[in-house]
Design a binder for this molecule. Structure first.
Ligand code: SF4
Ligand code: SF4
Length: 212
């Protein structure tokens, strides 16, 4: 388990994310993502597209990541020392994480509130795996959505149906490739565009950020 865990974490995940962005996990593998794309699909347009939500997302998803890293480290220390150093501290962290994050945030809010907040609340605001993949996607991946900006008629379909609350239209209007940590590569923005403006690509990294 330790070998496969380390291999997946330090070899497979960075390589797959380099080539495909976080879509290889968030859209092709993850069970939460699968639920969002099926049960949650009728509510995908409800995602909050505001700047305030984007700012909140950047804090919340990384705070959960820090929380789970600390909890894991404490559990390892506790296991190695048989509880001699930390006592019950690590199990307290584990219980708080399990109830507040695992059950309440990911379960009750993340799934139960699809009809209020949209289909990817947990993926966007809380998932620590998505946070790690998002960092790799933004800075080290070949994945991006290219934009043929001249063709955009500003209909707004792409922004409306982006489940991650990305204002895709604003990128299209500027002719700017979309490289966002939160994009799960679902491809719906491209599918609903009536003018064929958007294309999901994972070619060589040169010019990822360039305006067309
Ligand atoms: S592929 Fe498009 S619709 Fe899907 S998350 Fe990324 S920007 Fe949003
Ligand atoms: S759906 Fe296509 S045409 Fe409409 S705003 Fe988005 S990029 Fe522009």
């Amino acid at each position: 388990m330790v070998f496969w865990g380390a291999a997946m974490t330090f070899i497979a995940t960075p390589i797959l994310t380099y080539f495909f962005g976080k879509r290889w996990y968030c859209s092709w593998v993850c069970g939460c993502g699968g639920l969002a794309e099926t049960l949650g699909d009728p509510f995908r347009q409800l995602s909050d597209k505001s700047l305030r939500a984007w700012k909140f997302e950047r804090y919340s998803v990384h705070l959960v990541l820090v929380f789970v890293v600390i909890t894991t480290a404490l559990l390892w220390i506790d296991s190695a020392t048989k509880g001699a150093v930390l006592g019950s501290v690590s199990s307290t962290f584990k219980s708080v994480y399990g109830f507040a994050i695992g059950a309440t945030f990911a379960g009750v809010i993340g799934v139960g509130f699809y009809p209020i907040f949209g289909s990817r609340v947990w993926c966007r605001f809380g998932c620590p795996m998505a946070a790690v993949l998002g960092i790799i996607q933004k800075y080290f991946s070949r994945f991006r959505i290219t934009v043929n900006g001249d063709q955009c008629i500003s209909c707004g379909n792409c922004s409306t149906y982006c489940e991650m609350g990305i204002d895709v239209k604003s990128y299209a209007q500027r002719g700017q490739n979309i490289i966002r940590a939160s994009c799960v590569g679902c491809g719906v923005c491209s599918a609903v565009c009536p003018r064929g403006v958007l294309k999901l690509e994972n070619g060589p990294t040169g010019g990822r950020y360039n305006l067309n």
